[in-house]
Design a protein around this ligand. Structure first.
Ligand code: S3P
Length: 171
């Protein structure tokens, strides 16, 4: 059975939508960030600090390969930077249906205002960082996705309804 994979920027709601989808479809959900933290016994900021971003990206690829060897039918929520590697985009394609949760930079900024868990958004001028990174990444997300969904001003339930409708699952 195909997996359903959620991609998108930090704060786009991949984890919330993934949890809700897994309840609605009664399927197992995995979150690549959480699985990497569990496998390597480190939180993401610690991985970035001690090993660097490049090493984290290799861990993401390794985890996707592991998923590909396992059984399908899962809901897979991914880290925001994961589709930026071409290898990973190819693995995502093989894994199943890729759904991009589009979000505006202003929405990300308000959702992640006090967040300290995303190493790439720490320090000064967070809003600028979000805007710049999102602008750079948006075309890549679009190209990696089978389906793209606008999520601004939608509830998690509304987003999940739309996902189910677009992939043709009867609710
Ligand atoms: C990252 C997004 C994060 C996490 C890491 C790097 C990124 O995941 O993988 O901090 O490069 O966009 P979320 O998208 O779940 O926040």
């Amino acid at each position: 059975m195909k997996n359903i994979i959620l991609i998108g920027f930090m704060g786009s709601g991949k984890t919330s939508a993934g949890i809700s989808l897994s309840y609605r479809l009664r399927r197992t959900m995995v979150d690549t960030d959480k699985e990497i933290e569990r496998l390597y016994h480190m939180r993401i900021p610690e991985i970035f600090e001690r090993l660097g971003e490049e090493e984290f990206r290799k861990m993401e690829t390794g985890y996707l390969e592991k998923l590909l060897r396992g059984s399908g039918g899962k809901i897979i929520s991914t880290g925001g930077g994961l589709p930026m590697r071409e290898d990973n985009r190819e693995l995502l394609k093989k894994l199943g249906t890729v759904i991009y949760l589009r979000v505006r930079p202003e929405t990300v900024c308000s959702r992640l205002a006090g967040d300290t868990s995303r190493p790439l958004l720490q320090g000064e001028e967070k809003d600028e960082k979000v805007k710049r990174l999102l602008e750079m990444r948006a075309p890549v997300y679009e190209s990696a996705a089978d389906i793209a969904i606008d999520t601004d001003e939608k509830t998690t339930d509304g987003i999940v309804d739309e996902i189910l409708e677009r992939i043709g699952v009867w609710r």
